[in-house]
Design a protein around this ligand. Structure first.
Ligand code: FPP
Length: 266
């Protein structure tokens, strides 16, 4: 049962939005491309790293909100495979930020029954970051609430290549391979596919994020820069999601009921 009491104070903007959300039709898996940290900093004449630091507050608020709403999985794109190309000082800062975030938040994540997972090539991260993350994954492994996926050194194409390598290692025969068997070799094995992908920062790109899993996801792009993304923006994204008609390649429910001929693609 969703724990809503602390999600919005009565009469607030958030409260008004929350009341419009159909809690029975929430996305099971929300995936977020957190973009715009650099621009947020530039607007304030601050170094880019100040934007990343400010983005932590948005991460905390989103994790807490998803946990209270009983969303099953939240995936945040915290560091892509391509992000290694950034200046070393920025990469080092992001790694330190991640390490500090996890050290500080672990107790609270545990208290809130949240399970931490890493999707991506964990082994490519600095040893100390791997260590902190591995400890968080182990410490929260038995938690039964929100699964919080941190996408780190993550690339959608690399994930598909890694799944192929795994299939080859296991000697899976072509006739035994189907979509379900393939999905079981992805980093997100056992998790529902994202229903909703949110991208902040105003760009309209997928950026190599969860390429296999987003086949039928709904996209909500917002101009809000990630450090400005708050509960209110998330509730608006949920409302937008609930306005969409999901067809999964089939007819709309109305067309199906009417039995009318259709040439629907998406
Ligand atoms: C993209 O903004 C953001 C990132 C590459 C890093 C995201 C990291 C955080 C929000 C903080 C750490 C997260 C966790 C989970 C602890 P950008 O720098 O590309 O922004 P720009 O497009 O405005 O330049």
């Amino acid at each position: 049962m969703a724990d809503l009491a602390q999600l919005a104070s009565p009469g607030s903007d958030e409260d008004r939005l929350l009341r419009q959300i159909d809690l029975a039709r929430l996305p099971r898996h929300v995936a977020v491309i957190m973009d715009g940290n650099g621009r947020w900093a530039r607007k304030r004449r601050l170094p880019r790293i100040a934007g990343h630091r400010a983005g932590i507050a948005s991460v905390r608020e989103l994790v807490e909100t998803c946990a209270r709403l009983d969303v099953s999985v939240l995936t945040v794109y915290a560091f892509s495979k391509e992000n290694w190309k950034r200046p070393k000082a920025e990469v080092d800062f992001l790694m330190d930020l991640l390490r500090d975030y996890m050290r500080k938040e672990l107790d609270e994540l545990c208290e809130n029954n949240i399970r931490v997972q890493v999707v991506g090539r964990l082994y490519e991260l600095p040893a100390v970051v791997q260590d902190v993350l591995q400890r968080a994954v182990t410490a929260t492994a038995a938690n039964t609430g929100l699964v919080f996926n941190l996408a780190l050194s993550y690339g959608g194409r690399a994930e598909i290549v890694d799944a192929c390598k795994e299939l080859i290692r296991e000697g899976v025969l072509p006739e035994d391979l189907d979509e379900e068997a393939f999905a079981r070799r992805l980093y997100t094995a056992g998790q529902p596919d994202p229903d909703l992908v949110i991208r902040t920062g105003g760009e309209m790109r997928v950026s190599n994020f969860l390429l296999w899993q987003i086949a039928y996801a709904e996209f909500v792009m917002t101009d809000a820069l990630w450090p400005d993304f708050r509960k209110r923006d998330f509730f608006q994204a949920l409302l937008e999601f609930q306005r969409r008609e999901r067809r999964f390649g089939g007819p709309s429910p109305r067309e199906a009921a009417e039995g009318s001929p259709t040439l629907v693609q998406g």
